[in-house]
Design a protein around this ligand. Structure first.
Ligand code: NAD
Ligand code: DAU
Length: 351
């Protein structure tokens, strides 16, 4: 892996992954970051790398729906491995507007697979980053394992399930060297403030309402984003081609417990709210998400046993680091929330 194409590298996990590879891991090659810069993509997250490591890091604005454009990038940069993060990733948006999810997550992945297949002599690995949501919803007990039947419930998870099946088919039919990871909920630096944790951090910081869906008792298995990055890299290096690996934090929590933890830490770490109001008082129960999956929980025994991977952070340590990061990075927050940000993208990248 000398010339690694990372798709979606300006998004939350992709940006953390590129930083991990270039700044912390034993990877010695070059990264080409292909990203369409949707509302969720933010080149600011990696701006310093463009300046500090110009020989090892290149950003290219392109859309995986545009097969010809992606083909040019694969050939210009002699790409020999692909790590595919690019996707529409927010469940609520997939419910109100599924089109982009079908086009990017399914057709975009198909384009990449087809292009990789046409360059199979050069491409040694296609790693596909997927989600535990493809397995559907659990009751009070049990865990998702790699062989759990797919039962996606939202347009987002159905589109990811579809892309997973295509990846599997390209391995089975054409012998494309692939690996797949199905990971639980990530949190950490650079997450767009539409997802539960960054939304709650910023609203609680500013004394705004904290919208908890339904009864707040849905369960997610939280993983600090750097632990997801180490897992993806372990799979890319040592994972068996054609295999899938579940990745999770063994950190099952009800949403309400997550929001309480954020409120209490912000009461401790940030300036007090007017009148000494405690942040838990901001919690507001709102209408439930349609088709809201009740519980996700990952059995990550396979990656632990076969690849020796372990998460480094507990929820207690990871959430403290995450809150610290949001408190210290107001310029990034302002940029992703402001209309100027879109203008800035136009000025920087021309579209
Ligand atoms: P994100 O929404 O923060 O980032 C997605 C990135 O993909 C953005 O930079 C966006 O500009 C880019 N993108 C979107 N459409 C594109 C297109 N058509 N062409 C090129 N680039 C495009 O997402 P994320 O949370 O970082 O998730 C990354 C991947 O990990 C996704 O595949 C997601 O399904 C998967 N995943 C996410 C989580 C999680 O908790 N966030 C958990 C498991 C798996
Ligand atoms: O499980 C992995 C998945 O985790 C990824 O594949 C997705 O890309 C990622 O977005 C995430 O999906 P979720 O729907 O679980 O994450 P979200 O942060 O949107 O919501 C987490 C939980 O919090 C969920 O039960 C819905 C609830 N929620 C969310 C928001 C945004 C609220 O109660 N209030 C909110 O405002």
């Amino acid at each position: 892996m000398q010339n690694l194409l990372v798709t979606g590298g300006c998004g939350f996990i992709g940006a953390n992954f590129i930083r991990y590879l270039l700044e912390e891991s034993d990877f010695r090659g070059r990264i080409i970051n292909l990203d369409a810069l949707t509302y969720a993509g933010n080149p600011l997250s990696l701006r310093d790398l463009e300046e500090r490591l110009p020989k090892r890091y290149t950003f290219v604005k392109e859309d995986i729906r545009n097969r010809e454009g992606v083909a040019r990038i694969l050939d210009t940069h002699a790409v020999d491995a692909i790590c595919h993060f690019a996707a529409e990733s927010h469940v609520d948006r997939s419910i109100t507007r599924p089109d982009d999810f079908i086009q990017t997550n399914i057709i975009g992945t198909y384009n990449l697979l087809q292009l990789a297949r046409e360059r199979q002599q050069r491409i040694s690995l296609f790693h596909h980053v997927s989600t535990d949501e493809v397995f559907g919803s659990l009751g009070d007990t049990g865990f998702f394992v790699e062989t759990t039947p797919y039962q996606p419930n939202s347009p987002y998870s159905a589109s990811k399930a579809s892309s997973d099946h295509l990846v599997r088919a390209y391995h089975h039919t054409y012998g494309l060297p692939v690996t797949v990871s199905n990971c639980s909920n990530n949190y950490g630096p650079f997450q767009f403030p539409e997802k539960l944790i960054p939304l709650m951090i910023l609203n609680a910081l500013e004394g705004k309402a904290l919208p908890v869906y339904g009864d707040g008792l849905n369960v997610r298995d939280w993983l600090f984003v750097r632990d997801h990055c180490t897992a993806v890299w372990a799979i890319m290096q040592r994972g068996k081609r054609g295999e899938t690996y579940n990745v999770g934090g063994r950190n099952e929590m009800q949403n309400l417990a997550v929001v309480h933890a954020i409120c209490d830490l912000l009461d401790e770490m940030a300036p007090a709210l007017p009148g000494g109001k405690r942040r838990r008082e901001l919690i507001t129960y709102v209408k439930d998400r349609p088709g809201h999956d009740r519980r996700y929980a990952i059995d990550c025994g396979k990656i632990e046993q076969e690849l020796g991977w372990q998460p480094a952070e507990s929820f207690a340590t990871g959430i403290r680091k995450t809150i610290r990061w949001y408190l210290d990075n107001s310029a990034w927050i302002q940029a992703v929330r402001s209309g100027d940000y879109q203008k800035w993208i136009k000025e920087q990248y021309g579209t």
